[in-house]
Write a protein that binds this ligand. Structure first.
Ligand SMILES: *Cc1c(COP(=O)(O)O)cnc(C)c1O
Length: 219
């Protein structure tokens, strides 16, 4: 199936309140344009410089999401245009985003990445650490960053029950935090291999790469 057909299929099948982030990392501009022409406007990358280049080259109504781990010294390259940063995992990083967003007179929306997988290789923070950030005086004083929800990645496994358990935990956490936070509206969970389970567990933003663009070649 072509990239355009894949995009159309996702748009036809996803509920209206679910956002599809097309993860285009490593893919050439032509592939992104094919998705764009099929109606896709939200794209996700995991390297800031690659995203910056694509932002420069491609139509300006594209919304760019940074889904990868963020190094603080690179925040400045995306602060002027990034639409959503999915993987915020420290107050230090938030401070840098606040500083750089201010220079552009913008408010940058962010998600806190919660560690829900078993593997230690996955980034992310605990629920307690997330609460500490959200309730901190430092975050309370920030006016150029807004935490709008949570992101999580399940364990890479064939065991659907385990994936379901991890996503359900994140959904429960999200609902709990949302109770006294009006800004909480996005729960980013689900990738090519597990987005169906994520949707069943209450995700409203899925990040799909290889199912749209094909396997990635890192050479
Ligand atoms: C690469 C990536 C995805 C997409 O993965 P696929 O399995 O290709 O759909 C989703 N989220 C993050 C954070 C990624 O780095």
């Amino acid at each position: 199936m072509s990239i355009a057909d894949k995009i159309k299929e996702f748009h036809a099948e996803l509920p209206a309140d679910v956002t599809l982030v097309a993860i285009s990392k490593t893919k050439p501009n032509e592939d992104l344009m094919e998705a764009y022409k099929a109606g896709q406007r939200v794209f996700g990358e995991n390297k800031i410089q690659e995203m910056e280049q694509k932002h420069e080259d491609l139509p300006k109504d594209i919304k760019w999401h940074m889904v990868g781990h963020v190094q603080r010294n690179k925040v400045k390259y995306m602060a002027g245009f990034v639409d959503l940063i999915h993987a915020v995992d420290s107050l230090k990083l938030l401070k840098e985003i606040e500083k750089q967003a201010k220079k552009h007179d913008r408010t940058v929306e962010c998600l806190l990445q919660i560690k829900i997988a078993e593997e230690d290789t996955k980034y992310g923070i605990t629920v307690d650490e997330a609460k500490t950030i959200l309730n901190s005086e430092t975050y309370g004083k920030m006016s150029h960053v807004k935490i709008v929800g949570l992101m999580g990645m399940a364990t890479l496994t064939e065991n659907d029950a385990k994936i379901r358990q991890e996503f359900s935990f994140l959904k429960t956490t999200f609902d709990d935090l949302k109770k006294d936070r009006e800004s909480f509206e996005i729960l980013s969970m689900g990738m090519s291999g597990d987005y169906k389970i994520a949707l069943e567990c209450g995700s409203n933003m899925i990040r799909v790469g290889s199912s749209i663009f094909g396997e990635r070649n890192y050479n």
